[in-house]
Write a protein that binds this ligand. Structure first.
Ligand SMILES: C[S@@+](CC[C@H](N)C(=O)[O-])C[C@H]1O[C@@H](n2cnc3c(N)ncnc32)[C@H](O)[C@@H]1O
Length: 348
């Protein structure tokens, strides 16, 4: 059972302590994987199996402790011990290679560092309503990224890899060809816009994000040959957003902010979007009830509580109200195969 698995056990079930213990020690698994990612073990095995003694030298690591970590990870299907103290990659370990397509190493680094540290303060959030990330790091997350460029670059790489599957699902479910200019507000490294522009020849696009992120996005668009079709603008979406779009995208942005802050972003879009324009929110929606199948979104909501001050995932009713308060009407709800939902809205 993973850390996110749920279990129902009978009241006096003898297995209950074991089930709870497995849940409680979920972080032993994740921290072991994060340590392997941090050390770059998978990169050292990309040419094939190697003995731990050799790996320890290459990584400048403690040989016996490296062996113990890799043995534990091998028991979980991450690495395989082909002969005594010789390890190779498994499909799971391949994903931790820095050069793997959509490598999950940046995600492991972020989860093992900033995310883990902030989660250590979750009880304070519940008791006092404090922001765990701010308690741990003394500032909100995007301010922290503004002053820690390496962590910010790693976060953006982690997001890029994470959203590839969602973006493919979004493209399958929505026709972007009807637009002539698409503005992606808080567009990150431009992964979604890249997918849209590659699929559709007609629209041009604007990516809007904080200066350090916009810079990376501009480099990315040039590298993939979309520099001419995508204008990158930097700024603060709490101040204003670029005008001129007939579609405005807010993808996985609003769940990082309080209702008040989300309202400001939405009103800034409302000020520039034409009356025939479409606003497209891409978010995971909190389902009613607490069925085990909803654990992923419910835990992601707690993660937003931990990581982003005021951040929260929302029910469909809550998004509808948030949009209405900013002068928008929800016009269409489009589910996708990955679970992410497209909420299409128009001006009231
Ligand atoms: C969770 S990421 C989502 C990125 C992208 N839309 C996606 O779906 O992968 C939130 C984005 O909002 C940007 N952002 C945060 N605060 C901002 C601000 N005040 N003004 C503009 N962009 C901001 C971040 O830099 C980041 O790229």
């Amino acid at each position: 059972m993973t850390g996110t698995a749920t279990a129902s056990v009978a009241k006096d079930n003898i297995q209950a302590p074991g089930v709870l213990m497995q849940m409680l020690t979920g972080f032993w698994v994740s921290q072991s994987i994060c340590a392997a990612a941090k050390l770059g073990i998978a990169d050292q095995l990309k040419e094939g199996a190697r003995p731990v003694s050799e790996l320890a030298k290459a990584l400048n690591a403690h040989e016996e402790n490296l062996y113990r970590l890799m043995r534990a990870l091998a028991s979980l299907g991450i690495f395989r011990e082909t002969e005594n103290r010789v390890f190779e990659l498994t499909p799971l370990a391949e994903l931790l290679r820095s050069d793997a397509p959509n490598s999950m190493r940046p995600m492991a680094l972020m989860l093992g560092a900033e995310n883990y540290t902030a989660w250590g303060q979750v009880a304070r959030a519940v008791q006092f309503g404090e922001s765990p990330f701010e308690s741990a790091y003394g500032m909100p997350v995007y301010e922290y990224f503004g002053t820690h460029p390496e962590s910010a670059e790693n976060f953006n790489q982690a997001m890029t890899a994470l959203v590839t599957n969602d973006n493919a699902a979004i493209l399958k479910s929505y026709d972007f060809d009807r637009f002539s200019s698409i503005v992606d507000v808080g567009g990150g490294h431009g992964t979604l816009l890249t997918a849209i522009l590659k699929r559709y020849a007609k629209p041009s696009a604007v990516l809007f994000d904080l200066p350090q992120v916009a810079e990376s996005a501009a480099t990315h668009f040039k590298e993939v040959g979309l520099g001419q079709r995508c204008d990158v603008q930097s700024g603060d979406f709490f101040g204003a957003v670029p005008s001129g779009g007939d579609a405005y995208i807010l993808s996985r942005v609003l769940h990082g902010f309080s209702d008040e802050h989300s309202g400001t972003i939405l009103k800034n879009i409302h000020a520039v979007i034409p009356s025939s324009g479409k606003l497209l929110l891409m978010e995971f929606i909190l389902e009613p009830g607490n069925d085990p199948s909803t654990a992923r979104t419910k835990l992601m909501d707690v993660n937003m509580m931990v990581f982003a001050p005021g951040g929260r995932d929302r029910t469909l009713e809550e998004y509808t109200q948030l949009l209405r308060n900013a002068g928008f009407e929800l016009s269409n709800v489009i589910p996708t195969t990955s679970g992410i939902v497209i909420l299409e809205a128009v001006k009231l």
